[in-house]
Write a protein that binds this ligand. Structure first.
Ligand SMILES: NC(=O)c1ccc[n+]([C@@H]2O[C@H](COP(=O)([O-])OP(=O)(O)OC[C@H]3O[C@@H](n4cnc5c(N)ncnc54)[C@H](O)[C@@H]3O)[C@@H](O)[C@H]2O)c1
Length: 331
């Protein structure tokens, strides 16, 4: 099996590459990544070049993605702009990479008759009220931010290419990920590294917004399960019942890092901030037999904190510029 991983130098993509490398010694992995500020080749250090190749390329570049797709059996498509705050500030890269880029991936997959798994997010469904049922595979799309709107657009393209052109593809929509190699702009690594810097973690608004946390290793194993057992044309929701408010998550991080419970500060809320995400992940469990490893958020968070403590050299170069950007936004 020759697997092409777009966006494989990013957070979840690199976690996925490490899992595939470990579980499938007979597979050859090619990572195709343009190395935006969010991509980092260091995430892929130590992989044997006889089993792994890196291509620096942009999915919007028709010729480059065409050649890479022609040379593989399966594409796992992670490459995207992924940070909601950035999308509210500057939407164009999101429209370009997430919609135009996915179009180019789809056209290459169609031309060369390859298999595709498209990675998406639960944010395409908008947000839930406190008592609403969780998102499932039939929930209507209702995106709120330029990020989620462009991811919704990419999902619709994949569905249309399945229906109109008969491409062999599956889709997954996953909840918020945490774990090693996540950029310090994202909520959990930002709070951990703020505390490591001796500063207070930052709570958006009142901290009531709820996210359904999943460890990136569990997301990766779910994708692998879909590749191995998923039914062509199907969508799978991926989640591990990890609902926590911003306030609860910060409280847990403070406790695990030995800080007082009131050692945090409020910052401006994100405009249009979605209130609650929650995933009903029963289909992938019952139909494909997938089981997560990190069912205890506290334990997953503890190991993530340990990783950021042990890998300061990895996140340090990004930290100052990231906080300068947040300062501009008042967050
Ligand atoms: N982070 C989450 O909580 C989460 C949850 C569900 C789904 N997702 C989806 O998973 C995927 C990966 O998310 P992530 O958090 O790892 O993102 P990330 O921002 O950490 O990584 C994205 C990667 O894609 C690359 N990339 C961006 N634009 C590109 C382009 N035009 N051409 C080639 N490479 C490009 C970047 O260099 C980077 O390596 C995205 O599709 C995202 O929508 C993320």
């Amino acid at each position: 099996m020759r697997i092409l991983v777009t966006g494989g130098a990013g957070f979840i993509g690199s976690n996925f590459v490490h899992l595939v490398y470990l579980e499938h010694p007979d597979w050859h992995i090619t990572v195709f990544d343009s190395l935006t500020y969010a991509g980092n080749e260091k995430n892929l250090e130590g992989l044997d070049p006889s089993r792994y190749k890196f291509i620096k390329g942009d999915i919007c570049d028709e010729a480059a993605i065409d050649a890479a797709v022609a040379d593989c059996d399966t594409v796992v498509h992670f490459a995207a702009e992924s940070h909601v705050d950035n999308s509210v500030h500057t939407p164009w890269p999101f429209v370009n990479s997430n919609i135009v880029g996915t179009y180019q991936v789809l056209e290459a997959v169609r031309k060369h008759n390859k298999h595709l798994h498209h990675i998406s997010t639960d944010e395409v469904f908008g947000d839930l009220g406190p008592n609403d049922p969780k998102f499932n595979e039939k929930t209507p799309y209702d995106p709120s931010s330029p990020y989620s709107a462009t991811k919704a657009g990419s999902d619709h393209l994949v569905r249309a290419w399945i229906r109109s052109f008969g491409i062999q593809a599956t889709i997954s929509n996953c909840s918020n990920n945490y774990g090693p190699y996540q950029h310090v702009e994202k909520f959990i690594p930002r709070q951990i590294t703020e505390i490591m810097e001796g500063r207070k973690p930052k709570l958006y608004g009142t901290g009531e917004a709820i996210r359904d946390w999943i460890h990136a290793e569990d997301h990766s194993s779910a994708i692998l399960t879909i590749l191995e057992k998923g039914k062509i044309g199907e969508t799978y929701m991926v989640g591990t019942n990890g609902e926590k408010s911003g306030k609860e998550s910060i409280a847990l991080i403070l406790e695990l890092m030995g800080k007082p419970a009131d050692f945090y500060e409020h910052v401006n809320d994100r405009p249009g901030h979605d209130y609650r995400y929650a995933i009903d992940g029963s289909k992938i469990r019952t139909e494909l037999g997938w089981q997560p490893k990190y069912t205890d958020f506290r334990e997953g968070l503890r190991s993530t904190i340990d990783w950021y403590k042990a890998n300061e050299a990895w996140w340090r170069p990004q930290k100052e510029a990231t906080e300068a950007k947040y300062k501009e936004l008042g967050r």
